[in-house]
Design a protein around this ligand. Structure first.
Ligand SMILES: [Zn+2]
Ligand SMILES: [Zn+2]
Length: 243
């Protein structure tokens, strides 16, 4: 068994992902249809600023992200007072994803908060770039047990270093980032979630890193991960992990 075999084994596991890079920009204050963090969210007639059912505070608008096919905008709100981790016993509504199909500037209405938001992200534009990704060491076994086994055969003491090398060699992103699609990069180990409706295994949708530029911090430099039901496209599960 060799590193060449390893390279061959991981090649079919490579996925495309979109890396979102934030850039503080005052033009991101106004409501729009594009990807952005902070400022005013995309909203349409009938929308009001959502509140947390638990603490009654208004939620913080974090980000809006367009999916890869540029058809649906996902608007993400979060309660920093309750700080949900995505555990089962948390009341629904402490975080929220609103989906808008084919968003358009003509439909935008401005919704505002009644109170100031001390957690409001610094408004940022988003620059998207296509990257290649592989599972991280934590999530590797659920994709291929063979790869992990081979890494251990090559170096039983630190097989993850062998894997890391192979990931780099395959030109895949090997760092934490805000990503749409691909594989999650875990802080605390692999996560899996089942759809509350149909019990299907949810798929990784996106992850949002702690972002200096937007002044967003998930615990101690953590990330939030979003999983989505392959059948019920409106069923999401959030998970927050930090150091
Ligand atoms: Zn709350
Ligand atoms: Zn489902």
């Amino acid at each position: 068994m060799s590193k060449e075999t390893l390279d061959e084994l991981i090649r079919p596991l490579i996925k495309n992902s979109v890396k979102l890079t934030l850039k503080a920009d005052n033009s991101a204050v106004t409501a729009c249809c594009e990807n952005k963090f902070g400022g005013l969210p995309y909203a349409v007639k009938g929308d009001i600023w959502p509140s947390c059912p638990t603490c009654r505070h208004e939620l913080t608008f974090i980000s809006q992200i367009m999916n890869e096919s540029a058809e649906t905008l996902f608007v993400f709100y979060y309660c920093f007072e309750c700080f949900p981790w995505g555990l089962g016993d948390e009341e629904q509504g402490q975080w929220l994803i609103k989906q808008y199909n084919k968003p358009s500037t003509e439909q935008i209405i401005e919704i505002t908060r009644n109170t100031d938001d001390e957690y409001a992200p610094n408004p940022c534009k988003v620059i998207s770039s296509n990257v290649l990704v592989l599972p991280d060491w934590e999530g590797l076994d659920s994709v291929s047990t063979e790869v992990g086994r081979l890494c251990s055969e090559i170096d039983d003491d630190s097989p993850w270093e062998i894997y890391d090398e192979a990931v780099e060699k395959a030109d895949c992103l090997n760092d934490y980032a805000t990503l749409l699609g691909g594989y999650p990069r875990y802080v605390q180990g692999e996560a899996s979630h089942k759809c509350s409706e149909c019990k299907s295994e949810m798929e990784f949708f996106a992850q949002i890193d702690s972002e200096d530029e937007a002044n967003i911090m998930w615990g101690d430099v953590g990330l939030v991960y979003f999983f989505r039901c392959p059948k019920h496209k409106d069923k999401f599960q959030l998970e927050l992990q930090c150091h």
